[in-house]
Design a protein around this ligand. Structure first.
Ligand code: HEC
Length: 209
């Protein structure tokens, strides 16, 4: 575990690039980007997960925003569709939150949402807790509905993933697009509901529709 952590720390440092970038990154391990929680063996219940999330929120968002990607800087002001962070095996066993811009409003009706319009964006931020109780920032996962014809196979959704050091792992049909193909493939299992999986029932915020 120690070795893994050390590797991660050096990877993060390498990704940050210059010394200046390291100082600027609010999640840089050397500046206290992650912290520890007690009872790491336990699964986090909604209250505990929410409390941890609030402790790291500002720094998490500032780190994503380093990417310069529009959604990374904007999603904090969007509607939140979940009540507390929920665990997702599909996204690496991390705790996730779902937010959407105005154009994605219908997402709040979940399975009755229909086809979302071009311009709809859903953003999921994330964190994980390892078995030593360390809270680690996770990626920001984004789906953006593009104009018809962008990609019939993906239902015109463009996938991207922003890492918690502000780097961009990939954007469908853009830089690192090949890294996003597995996103589209898995989401294509629910083509019948516009490639959207939605949230566990217990975590759904009441629709504002
Ligand atoms: C193995 C299947 C699988 C893969 C691979 C996958 N997802 Fe998901 N995704 C899901 C499931 C299931 C949900 C709903 C529950 C949840 O949040 O885990 C979801 C939800 C989402 C949502 C919220 C919209 C919705 O569908 O409700 C976004 C945004 C998202 N994923 C982005 C991504 C991105 C970006 C990638 C690739 C980096 C990715 N996903 C890879 C299964 C997957």
């Amino acid at each position: 575990m120690r070795i893994w952590m050390a590797t991660l720390v050096s990877l993060l440092a390498a990704a940050a690039g210059t010394a200046e970038a390291e100082v600027k990154n609010p999640l840089n391990p050397t500046t206290g980007g992650h912290f520890e929680v007690v009872d790491p063996a336990e699964k986090l219940g909604p209250d505990k997960a929410e409390a941890i999330y609030h402790r790291m929120l500002k720094r998490l968002r500032a780190a994503y925003a380093l990417s310069g990607e529009r959604t990374a800087g904007a999603y904090a002001r969007w509607q939140r569709f979940n009540l507390a962070p929920y665990e997702s095996e599909q996204h690496g066993g991390r705790y996730l939150n779902n937010y959407g811009n105005t154009a994605s409003r219908a997402y709040g009706r979940f399975e009755s949402a229909g086809i979302l319009p071009p311009g709809a964006i859903i953003a999921k931020d994330s964190f994980s807790v390892n078995k030593d109780g360390q809270v680690m920032p996770g990626p920001l996962f984004i789906m953006e509905k593009m104009a018809p014809g962008f990609d019939a196979k993906s239902g015109d959704w463009r996938y991207s993933q922003i890492m918690p050091d502000g780097s961009i792992l990939g954007i469908s049909k853009g830089p690192g697009g090949e890294n996003m193909e597995f996103c589209a493939d898995c989401h294509a299992r629910v083509t019948r509901q516009d490639h959207l999986f939605f949230l566990p029932q217990d975590y759904r915020a009441k629709s504002r529709q």
